[in-house]
Design a protein around this ligand. Structure first.
Ligand SMILES: [Zn+2]
Length: 118
């Protein structure tokens, strides 16, 4: 195992834990970084690392939505005391996934807004 090895499936923004899914120039970026100005990249990465548990849940849900995966994610959300983010009875897996991703995006937008105001 080489510590300097770069995981090319990850977002190219420094220290971002998300998967790179959109290409900008030569880089694969996550959906949050691809929409952000480079000057905001560092604070976005910091916020995503703060929410690493939710980033992991979103990644797991992207990889598969079997009963075990859904149960693991529900446990993680409950441990983080964010039961408002549990899958609703009426909610499809896709809708749930989109909602979790939106929480990440909103949280990063809030951090940027606070920086602008401070
Ligand atoms: Zn990213």
């Amino acid at each position: 195992m080489n510590d300097t090895q770069v995981d090319h499936s990850l977002c190219a923004a420094s220290a971002c834990p998300m998967l790179g899914i959109s290409k900008r120039d030569a880089d694969w970026l996550c959906f949050i970084h691809v929409a952000a100005r480079p000057g905001d990249w560092y604070s976005i990465s910091a916020e995503l690392n703060r929410l690493a548990w939710l980033v992991d849940d979103v990644k797991r849900l992207r990889a598969g939505s079997g009963p075990k995966t859904r149960a693991d994610i529900a446990k993680s959300i409950t441990l983080a005391q964010r039961t408002d983010l549990l899958c609703k009875p009426s909610e499809s897996t896709t809708a749930w996934f989109v909602r979790l991703e939106q929480v990440l995006a909103d949280s990063c937008a809030t951090v940027r807004q606070q920086e602008i105001e401070s």
